[in-house]
Design a protein around this ligand. Structure first.
Ligand code: MG
Length: 305
């Protein structure tokens, strides 16, 4: 299959990236980061998560932050989805005028039990109510599937299990499922074989991939996914983020690395690398941290692509 000419990057830095950081940033800083990301040309930026306080300290300013984004950046030019775990979060999101929500589950009960204290079945029961309301209110939904390629507790995951979770999401009415390698264990052969089966059941245009670079395979896995035709990729600027329930699961693949791969293949992203690197420098500076992205490191030191 010919590679896509254009991809959509779903920037998850402000939510997935910041979520597990112990240092809680000020709302102004988060807003500034999001505005820099928007300025870099990212079309979809996940803003926050409407969890019940005090579940995730970093997300306790969700209402305030989304209000700033809505008023300061507007909701028309950029897609600003928010994670919604339950009806509590849904009501908050709806009241604020959120246009797209992200729902989440996983392929394994052990993972969802640790993560949200519910089995996979129970997560879908909870989401059913949210999905019904969202459909009625005209709010778009996207579904995250965690541990798609492997679970920290159950090991390797059968493709049939992954497909059945994806199908349940489609039944809920999501426009897209994001297939997440939460603990960064996916390898290219596995991704190729998985997608071969997966895309027989899930439409290509409803498929997105979410890789973590824990073992250095994220970009290779994205190339394999491109070859299968997938044209939507989740990533975080500077590669920030991890997973609190998965030991050693370092960051999301860096948006800069995704950009570099796409640029090398002549695939359009709409992203301005100089501005993106500035957004990453800002957020990494807040945590006084170096990026995990090899491309970004080289770019920072040479100023050249
Ligand atoms: Mg992630």
């Amino acid at each position: 299959m010919a590679l896509p000419q254009k991809v959509r990057i779903v920037e998850v830095g402000p939510r997935d990236g910041l979520q597990n950081e112990k240092l809680v940033l000020g709302t102004d800083d988060k807003f500034h980061y999001i505005s820099l990301l928007q300025g870099a040309g990212l079309q979809t930026i996940e803003v926050t998560s409407f969890v019940k306080p005090p579940a995730i300290p970093q997300m306790r300013d969700a209402v305030e932050l989304f209000t700033m984004v809505k008023e300061g950046l507007g909701l028309n030019k950029t897609n600003f989805p928010c994670l919604v775990p339950n009806m509590y979060g849904y009501e908050k999101a709806k009241d604020l005028g959120v246009k797209e929500i992200a729902l989440f589950s996983a392929t394994s009960d052990s993972f969802t039990k640790k993560n949200v204290n519910a089995s996979v079945d129970e997560t879908f029961e909870r989401m059913e109510e949210v999905a019904q309301a969202a459909k009625k209110d005209g709010i778009r939904m996207r579904g995250y599937i965690s541990t798609a390629f492997g679970c920290p507790y159950e090991g390797k995951i059968e493709v049939s299990k992954l497909i059945s979770v994806a199908e349940r999401f489609l039944k809920l009415g999501v426009y897209e499922v994001s297939v997440g390698d939460t603990i960064g264990v996916a390898v290219p052969g596995q991704v190729r074989n998985t997608l071969k089966d997966f895309l027989k059941s899930v439409p290509l245009e409803k498929t997105a991939m979410h890789f973590h670079d824990t073992r250095g395979m994220a970009i290779t896995n994205i190339l394999i996914s491109l070859e299968a035709g997938v044209s939507v990729y989740d990533s975080s600027s500077g590669g920030i983020g991890g997973c609190p329930y998965a030991k050693g699961a370092t960051g999301n693949v860096a948006t800069e690395d995704v950009w570099y791969l796409m640029q090398s293949l002549g695939i359009e992203t709409g992203v301005d690398i100089k501005k993106l690197a500035e957004a990453s420098a800002f957020i990494l500076g807040k945590f006084q941290r170096q990026t995990e992205s090899k491309f970004l490191k080289a770019y920072q030191s040479t100023g050249k692509v």
